[in-house]
Design a protein. Structure first.
Length: 343
C-alpha cells in the first residue's frame, strides 16, 4: 500500500494530530481541540501536548536561563553548525531547502537556527518549557518554523510526515533510548532520514569523577535550587580549571572533586566569558539529568537495522556515537516504481 503525501496545512506544515487518537485537531480559542474532547492549550503561541515536563524539568529551567549561550549567532562561531553538519552528512546538508524537518529535544534552538538558515521548514519540540527559549530565539524572524511542548513517546503527528527527523543530545536522557529511536523512526517518510546521537560508555566519565555523588542529591532538589548549587560549584572550580588549562593531568585530578565541564581544549576559540557560560550550562546539564544511558556503535546500528533502516552509518564522534539512516522508498505494487523523497 502506498503511503500518501504528508497532510500539509495552509501554514505549510504537517497537521497537528491528537497524540492519543491520531485525529485532526480543530483550533479553538487558545486551544487545539480533539473530536474526542481532548483539549490542548496554546500558551505563548506554543501548543502544549503535555501537562508536565517530568524528568526533563531541570532542562527547561536550564535552557531558559542560558537561552543564547550555545547559539552560533551569539558566540559568532560555527560550533553548532559544524556539529549538525557532521551528523547530517553532506548529502543531507546540501538538500535541506524546503524540507519538512522535525527536531526533537530542541532545547534553546542551537540547531533550530542552523536548520532555518539552510532553508528547512522546522517543527521543533521539547518535553520541557525550553521550547519557549527556542521560540524567542528563532520564532520571530519570519522563517518557516513552529514549536510545541510534546513528548517523543506521544508525538502529535500522523506517522511518516517528515523528510528529516533530527534528535541530538537527547536519547541518552530518555527512559528507554531504543523505544525513543522507534518513535522517532515512525515520523520519517519513505526516502527520508533519521539523524541521532547518543552517549558512549566512558570509564573516565563514570568512574573517575564525583559526578554520580552530586547527581543524586541535585535530582531531588527543586530545579531552582539545583541550578543555584551547580552555579556555585562552577564559581568555585572554574577559576582553578582556567589556571590549569594547560595542565591536563592536574585538571583531571581537580575534576575528580569538582566535576564541572570546561571547554578550554575543545573550543579554545571561546573567550573567557563564553567559556564560563558554557561551563555553567553544561555542568548543570550533566549533573541534573534524570537518565544517563550509554550505547556503543553496535547497539545503535542494531537498533536502526531492526527498524528496517537502509544506508545506515554509525560512528564515534561528538557526544559519543553519531548515526543516520534512511527509510527505504515504498515500491508501487503495480509498476515497481519507487516514490521519491518529498521536495
Amino acid at each position: 500500500m502506498l503511503h500518501p503525501d504528508p497532510k500539509i496545512t495552509q501554514s505549510g506544515f504537517p497537521a497537528w494530530q491528537c497524540p492519543f487518537h491520531g485525529c485532526d485537531l480543530r483550533e479553538g480559542l487558545e486551544q487545539l481541540i480533539c473530536p474526542h474532547r481532548h483539549a490542548f492549550e496554546i500558551v505563548g503561541g506554543i501548543p502544549r501536548f503535555v501537562q508536565s515536563a517530568g524528568y526533563a524539568d531541570h532542562f527547561g529551567l536550564q535552557w531558559n536561563t542560558f537561552r543564547r549561550t550555545q547559539l552560533d549567532s551569539y558566540t559568532r562561531l560555527p560550533i553548532s553548525e559544524a556539529r549538525l553538519r557532521d551528523c547530517l552528512g553532506e548529502k543531507i546538508w546540501t538538500s535541506l531547502d524546503a524540507r519538512q524537518v522535525l527536531e526533537c529535544g530542541c532545547g534553546a534552538g542551537r540547531f533550530t537556527e542552523v536548520l532555518l538558515a539552510r532553508g528547512a521548514c522546522v517543527t521543533a519540540i521539547d518535553l520541557s518549557d525550553a521550547v519557549e527559549a527556542d521560540r524567542e530565539n528563532c520564532g520571530n524572524a519570519g522563517l518557516p518554523c513552529r514549536f510545541a511542548q510534546a513528548d517523543i513517546s506521544q508525538l502529535p503527528f500522523l506517522p511518516r510526515e517528515f523528510d528529516l527527523v533530527v534528535c541530538l543530545g537527547v536519547l541518552q536522557h530518555t527512559p528507554d533510548p531504543e523505544l525513543t529511536i522507534g518513535k522517532l523512526w515512525n515520523q520519517v517518510r519513505p526516502g527520508g532520514h533519521l539523524v541521532i546521537d547518543h552517549y558512549c560508555f566512558s570509564r573516565w566519565r563514570y568512574y573517575s569523577t564525583a559526578t554520580p555523588f552530586f547527581r543524586l542529591p541535585l535530582n531531588r532538589m527543586s530545579r531552582e535550587t539545583a541550578l543555584r548549587w551547580t552555579n556555585r560549584m562552577v564559581g568555585v572550580a572554574f577559576p582553578i580549571q582556567r589556571a590549569l588549562r594547560n595542565h591536563s593531568l592536574l585538571s583531571r585530578i581537580v575534576s575528580r572533586i569538582f566535576p564541572i565541564l570546561t571547554y578550554f581544549r575543545t573550543y579554545p576559540q571561546l573567550n573567557d566569558q563564553l567559556q564560563y557560560e558554557w561551563s555553567l550550562l553544561d555542568t548543570h546539564d550533566v549533573l541534573t539529568d534524570g537518565y544517563k544511558h550509554s550505547r556503543d556503535v553496535d547497539a545503535i546500528r542494531r537498533a536502526l537495522s531492526q527498524l528496517g533502516g537502509s544506508d545506515i552509518e554509525v560512528w564515534k564522534a561528538g557526544n559519543g556515537v553519531q548515526a543516520r539512516a534512511r527509510r527505504p522508498c515504498l515500491a508501487s505494487a503495480e509498476n515497481g516504481e519507487s516514490i521519491p523523497p518529498l521536495r
